[in-house]
Design a protein around this ligand. Structure first.
Ligand SMILES: C[S@@+](CC[C@H](N)C(=O)[O-])C[C@H]1O[C@@H](n2cnc3c(N)ncnc32)[C@H](O)[C@@H]1O
Length: 224
């Protein structure tokens, strides 16, 4: 019984850190996410087919270890990142000094339901493992549609409902979505649903969870 309570506390603490990594534990959680989620970054960036001269926004970048990857795909890119955690902003600034100095990357403290950007300014917006935390996804999708250019695309990568349900921390405030549910949310926010790409992540050595399935949900802002 006591062991079970301790386990629950452990998962609850981890869930809180995944939602907003903070302090020394937040830095360690971010480091582990780099190992566990690099595959999803490669998968999502491939899905995005990044092109010359695009302006890209990442929502919820963690410690920002993978921003450099964008620049392997095309030249003359501008990348902006937002995150709600001060500690992740500081870590990401440290990890990307040169890109920031060269004005290729800008990092801003902001939540995705209220962003300090003008309308129609991004060609592509993506997030990886962030949409679980949106209490009201419509609030976030409405704001994302505002800042996306008409014809611009949103890429939302999340673990499947079944895979997430096998991760005990997900019972503490995580929501996953099916393709059908996401389609409806997009439709209500001037985003036309394009596709859902599915992937099975490779099992990492010593992984706690195996055979994890993830989805990249792609939607496009309707051209009026
Ligand atoms: C689970 S971590 C994912 C980090 C990284 N994308 C990855 O997959 O490794 C979630 C990150 O999103 C940030 N975050 C959570 N909700 C957010 C929101 N509404 N707007 C912006 N950032 C958010 C958290 O601070 C955290 O850095």
């Amino acid at each position: 019984m006591f062991k079970k309570i301790l386990e629950q506390l452990r998962w609850k603490k981890l869930a809180r850190q995944l939602r907003k990594p903070t302090g020394a534990m937040g830095l360690e959680v971010a480091r582990r996410m780099n190992i566990n989620n690099e595959f999803l970054y490669n998968f999502t960036l491939d899905e995005m087919m990044i092109r010359y001269n695009q302006h890209i926004l990442e929502i919820g970048f963690g410690n920002g270890k993978f921003f450099y990857k964008h620049f392997d795909f095309a030249t003359n890119l501008r990348v902006t990142g937002i995150d709600i955690s001060d500690d992740m902003l500081a870590a990401a600034r440290e990890n990307n000094r040169e890109l920031i100095r060269d004005r290729q990357l800008e990092l801003v403290k902001s939540a995705s339901n209220s962003m300090p950007f003008p309308k129609n300014c991004f060609d592509a917006i993506f997030s990886i493992n962030v949409a679980y935390f949106w209490k009201d996804p419509q609030e976030h999708l409405c704001e994302i549609a505002r800042v996306l250019k008409p014809g611009g695309r949103l890429y939302t990568t999340i673990r499947s409902t079944e895979s997430l349900s096998r991760m005990p921390f997900s019972q503490y405030g995580f929501t996953s979505y099916t393709e059908q549910e996401w389609k409806l949310f997009c439709h209500l926010n001037d985003l036309s649903f394009i596709r859902c790409s599915l992937v099975v992540e490779p099992d990492l050595p010593g992984a706690e969870f195996t055979g994890i399935r993830s989805l990249c949900l792609v939607a496009e802002k309707i051209k009026l």
